[in-house]
Design a protein around this ligand. Sequence first.
Ligand code: GLN
Length: 492
Amino acid sequence: MTDLHRLSIREMAEGLKSAQFSSRELTQHYLDRITKLDDRVNSYVTVTPEYALAQADAADNLLKNGTAGTLAGVPLAHKDIFCTQGIKTSAGSKMLDNFISPYDATVVAKAKAAGLVTLGKVNMDEFAMGSTSESSFYGATKNPWNLEHVPGGSSGGSAAVVAADLAPFATGTDTGGSIRQPASFCGLTGLKPTYGRVSRFGMIAFASSLDQGGPMARSAEDCAFLMNTIAGHDAKDSTSINKEVDDYVANLNATAVKGLRIGIPKQYFNVQGLDAEVKARVEESLKTLESMGAILVEIDLNMTEAYVPTYYLIAPAEASSNLSRYDGVRYGYRCENPKDILDLHKRSRSEAFGAEVQRRILIGTYALSAGYYDAYYVKAQKVRRLIQQDFLTVFENVDVIAAPSAPTTAYKIGANLSPTEMYLGDIYTLAVNLAGLPAINAPVGFDKNSLPVGLQLIGNYWSESQLLSIVHQYQQNTDWHTKRAAIAEENA
Ligand code: GLN
């Protein structure tokens, strides 16, 4: 079969169960596509063919003797921020270019236990800092819809592999939008779960109070399958919540769209820099939801202007602390011939961290330094609480909030935005992480350059099922999520 990559996750799982094809065939199919097409996309940092085929054979055995779980034998790709035992885990950085993880992240371990097959590790902005994937040590990943554009970031590799059909779905992480924005730029569905829903154990830390892993796939249904695998309590992550996990697949039709109250924040649709076509596509998608019975309610989110400054204080502060572990001593890059210990620290860090990571460490260290701590960090924490409060107030009156995921479609590679321009592009995603809420991106059409546009739905805490269900029903009524980039139509 030449078109196995066109199947949904459900169809893949069913095809494996009914022995229409084996996991080895399916896995080899993707490996062949990667060999043929990934030179043009640059989405994989590491491809693991032997490992994948061994996992595929193990899954095929389980499938033969009837003991295979739902997703056994289905391939996936992991963002290179998740530790994988025995496989390089780089976080897109020269710092970890030589790092072979001695253990698996919980997300990776859960995927393995479910019988999923790891095709490899995919590219990302260095330490997940960025919105274009250009800050990777391994070079920019290309947007499959237009190879001259970025796929978004930081989970740009995860988005690109799915959009180019180089993996059926992928894991991503979202600290300030890194699942939703690349999903938006690449025409995919991506879910950022409630903080604490997916274990952060073995997920290389950027900003620990904001980081959260989640699924990136073509449809809400495909995301639901991956969520069923990776969500849940983990004693190894102290911020993981011990709360029952929904069956996201079983709940795909459980939320009534009829009567659903969708909040439309006035401030979000008046943001300077919101592209007219993005606005139009998002409004059209809301019309569709309205025709399905949803009620659109205008709301206020008064703290909108505070999102970017608050996030860009808290995230760098936490990053500066988290990244202090890369000292050239224990693991990671070490400079040549250090004069003394200080020289070792200094040169290892300045030779191996890229410009954006260094910028964040400097900002964060400054904000946390004695004398500035109260003025910056403590103040940002207080504003963070107000931002959360703003959402809680709104959720007394609406079920979900609608917004664009990003103010524009994908930038050109090398557009060379200034840091502030780049940060302003995160306006719609940051507050969700500051408040710890779940949110989803769904593809809702294209601009005149045939680049995808995304709708973001933000839910109250633990409403992942609801978000997936709303998008699933939207996807039963529309076909944006079925559109494929030209490169995905090519055969290996
Ligand atoms: N673009 C944001 C940043 O650069 C968010 C990144 C992320 O979610 N990892 O920090």
